[in-house]
Write a protein that binds this ligand. Structure first.
Ligand SMILES: N[C@@H](CCC(=O)N[C@@H](CS)C(=O)NCC(=O)O)C(=O)O
Length: 235
């Protein structure tokens, strides 16, 4: 349907022929990135017309000067392209998309600040530790130093306990309705327990129940089904 609309709107020149087959949004991402998953999941949950652009992350693409000069000076995925606009940092991407569509948008100033508070906590201390822990355990060569892993695991346990307590008394981080703060928190939550060596959902039942509520939202998909590059070596 969307493709048909685009075709009708852009008949005529070669540039338009190119535009008409492009999705409205492009997302630089890889299946293994929980940071990118937040943005991909949001796009799917809001029913956006989007396409992934696979990044050769494990070959070091994000460290190369051309990536940093032309795609993201911070050397990270995700990167969202929407027409002439390019956005990075999943929290910014989530905010942009919720402002644009009104979906998963915190209502009023108090909720906006509360969502931001949880997004920052999540970026720094929840998924912000889960991501590196899983990377060092599964992908880094050599794997993480045991002392560093033990430090990260201690931080993860403490942060997950804080989130679990919050979700024991609320269906979603801000209350009765899912917002971008919840989408941020999904980051690494659905990756297999074997990749962590512990089971987030079993160890933290309120997070487990919340994971199921998020999973029930129309448009939800597992990160490995939503973004390219899984299994490793395919895309
Ligand atoms: N706070 C950022 C984190 C992004 C991030 O660290 N992404 C990882 C992939 S999961 C990355 O690109 N890391 C490259 C690096 O740190 O060099 C966000 O939420 O977008």
């Amino acid at each position: 349907m969307i493709a048909v609309k685009r075709t009708l709107g852009h008949l005529g020149c070669r540039f338009c022929a190119l535009v008409m087959f492009m999705a409205e949004y492009q997302l630089y991402c890889i299946a293994q990135s929980g940071n990118a998953y937040r943005a991909a999941l949001m796009l799917n949950l809001i029913g956006a017309d989007w396409e992934p652009i696979w990044v050769d992350f494990f070959a070091g693409a994000t460290r190369k000067p051309d990536y940093r000069d032309t795609i993201n000076e911070m050397g990270e995925v995700p990167v969202l392209v929407h027409g002439k606009r390019k956005l990075t940092q999943s929290g910014v991407i989530l905010t942009y998309l919720s402002d644009l569509t009104g979906k998963f948008k915190p209502q009023g100033n108090d909720e906006r600040l509360e969502a931001l508070r949880w997004i920052i906590f999540d970026n720094q201390k929840v998924n912000g530790f889960l991501g590196p822990y899983r990377f060092l355990r599964n992908f880094a060569k050599p794997p993480g130093d045991p002392a560093a892993m033990a430090f990260l695991k201690g931080r993860i346990d403490s942060s997950l306990a804080i989130v679990n307590k919050r979700l024991a008394s609320k269906d979603y981080l801000l209350g009765e309705r899912p917002t971008i703060a919840d989408i941020s928190l999904t980051g690494y939550m659905y990756y297999p327990a074997e990749e962590f060596g512990f089971d987030i959902v079993k160890d933290h039942p309120a997070i487990g129940a919340w994971c199921n509520r998020m999973k029930a939202l129309p448009g939800w998909k597992h990160p490995y089904d939503l973004m390219p590059g899984y299994p490793l070596g395919t895309h």
